[in-house]
Structure formats: structure tokens, C-alpha cells
Design a binder for this molecule. Structure first.
Ligand code: MG
Ligand code: ZN
Length: 174
């Protein structure tokens, strides 16, 4: 049994959005991405404002260090993604992005837990009330190192081929 989830943290690329440019892991501009299937439907079923839920985004953005886009642009693309998915930007939203070089050995680039820990601190919500949803092994490992429960994006959103129950039911019963 878990305490009711109060903080939903998501990876961005491959979890909430996908890049429409072949071969690129992350978008560099506003016309290079789209939401993943069932993301809008699932996130809009959560009553963010009334129930006081908090939203976190933890995204590795190594392209910034490579000069593909600025940190501000990468941040804005994540804000736009949230607004596209939910229809507005929830008041308790916490975006963290690692713009360090892949070789910097920083404490924030997943699988390091730094971004997840910062979201916990900023939101004031304990790890026991949080969940991290991602699509990669680095997400799984970061959740473990932060002490946060993890769910694979395909299960959380109920993508075809996933073996999970209805994601909306899962959220309501937690
Ligand atoms: Mg990902
Ligand atoms: Zn970093």
C-alpha cells in the first residue's frame, strides 16, 4: 500500500513528448515535437488545482551544452509541452532540466537523482508521496537513487502492448 500520490514527476522525451525530427532525441524548436499518445487525456484527468496535486518535469537536455538551443529555449519548450498536455500551466509545477555536458559528471543528469531531489525540495512533498514516470533505464535508476516510486511510461499511459490497467483508474485509486 502506498500513500496517495501527490506529486507526479515525468521525464519529457519519450514519456510526454516525442521529437518529430528523425534521429534527434530532443526538439530544438517549437515545431519539432508532439505529445505522446494518451498523455493529454491522462494528465487532463488529474484535478491539479482543486486537489493540490503537484507536477514535476525532470529532463536531461544535453543539447544545450552542445549549442543546439539555449537553456531558456529548452525550458520554454518544456513549459509549452505542459500547457499543450493539460491546457494550462498548473500553479504547482516544477521544471528541472540538466543542461550540463554529458561528460560533466554533474549531480543532476539522470541517472543521478539531483533533479528529482530538487523537485521534492521545491514542492515540499516527501518522496513517499511522489512518483516518477519515465521511459529509460536512466529514469528508473534516478528514481531509485531519489527514493521515489517509478512507473514505466508505457504502463502509466496504457500504450498499446503495455500490460497495465487503465491509467486513469490507477490515478483515482491511489
Ligand atoms: Mg526519455
Ligand atoms: Zn547536470
Amino acid at each position: 500500500m502506498h500513500l496517495r500520490t501527490q506529486l507526479f514527476i515525468f521525464d519529457a522525451d519519450g514519456t510526454l513528448r516525442r521529437t518529430t525530427v528523425p534521429g534527434r532525441p530532443c526538439p530544438d524548436t517549437a515545431d519539432q515535437w508532439q505529445l505522446m499518445p494518451l498523455v493529454a487525456e491522462t494528465l487532463r484527468s488529474i484535478p491539479w488545482e482543486e486537489a493540490g496535486y503537484a507536477l514535476g518535469i525532470a529532463s536531461n537536455q544535453g543539447g544545450v551544452a552542445l549549442g543546439y538551443l539555449t537553456r531558456d529555449c529548452a525550458h520554454q519548450l518544456l513549459v509549452d509541452m505542459v500547457v499543450s498536455a493539460i491546457g494550462y500551466f498548473p500553479s504547482r509545477s516544477y521544471i528541472e532540466l540538466c543542461t550540463c555536458s554529458i561528460t560533466a559528471n554533474c549531480d543532476c543528469r539522470k541517472p543521478a537523482p539531483g533533479m528529482l531531489l530538487r523537485i521534492l525540495t521545491r514542492s515540499g512533498i516527501p518522496a513517499s508521496r511522489a512518483i516518477f514516470v519515465g521511459d529509460a533505464e536512466e529514469d528508473f535508476e534516478a528514481a531509485g537513487r531519489a527514493g521515489i516510486r517509478f512507473r514505466w511510461a508505457k504502463d502509466f499511459f496504457g500504450w498499446p502492448g503495455a500490460r497495465c490497467d487503465c491509467p486513469i483508474e490507477t490515478i483515482r485509486t491511489r
